[in-house]
Design a protein around this ligand. Sequence first.
Ligand SMILES: C[S@@+](CC[C@H](N)C(=O)[O-])C[C@H]1O[C@@H](n2cnc3c(N)ncnc32)[C@H](O)[C@@H]1O
Length: 207
Amino acid sequence: MTFKRRLVAQLSRPSGWAAPWMARLLDHFNQKQVRRAIAHLAPAPGGRILELGFGGGVSLPLLLDAVGEGGVVFGADPSAEMIRRARRRQRRALAAGRLELVEAGVSALPWPDDHVDGVMSVNTVYFWPDLEAGLAGLRRLLRPGGRLVLSIGDPKELEEMGFAEAGFRTLTAAQYVEALTGAGFADAEVRAHDDPMEGTCVVGTSP
Ligand SMILES: C[S@@+](CC[C@H](N)C(=O)[O-])C[C@H]1O[C@@H](n2cnc3c(N)ncnc32)[C@H](O)[C@@H]1O
């Protein structure tokens, strides 16, 4: 396997000896993007928020702070190593019942309908096996009026990194807006940022 393919495989599911390094790299390089996604999600104190594919988990303390003592953060990631890392680093929030973590991807989320007020997912939609089904699942989990924020990198850069070649999705933000609208989300729109490190967000509201 080439270095590029190995890197893309690690980005899509950090595993093995490289996983702790990958987690640190993700947290370092994607921190600005994560903060922007949280700003667009605007979690309220007491809120219930799902983060899908949290990777290194830099977002988790930020979300926990935003929802405060009365809120709950739900985190899902299919990487066993990322779940282990988050369990280690967020012992207190887990013990207090303020954080729930599950080892699952977008297609196997275990929660009932209308479970959360907001969902965010940064740099994961490239890897979802079925975009339409994934969006339908998230819509089901969101209470009416709840917000979905997907944050993506520049599709051209992703293609240069070998994502498309490896079979992953490299759609534009406008194409994700179409997909959200097709899945029944209201007011789907792009929130672009000047700094490329902040990525681009696609936001929609559950009807
Ligand atoms: C590139 S990392 C991004 C991590 C973090 N959100 C960030 O931006 O730093 C992709 C993450 O998505 C997770 N992932 C892969 N396939 C997924 C899927 N089908 N559903 C949800 N998460 C997935 C991976 O395990 C990994 O932690």
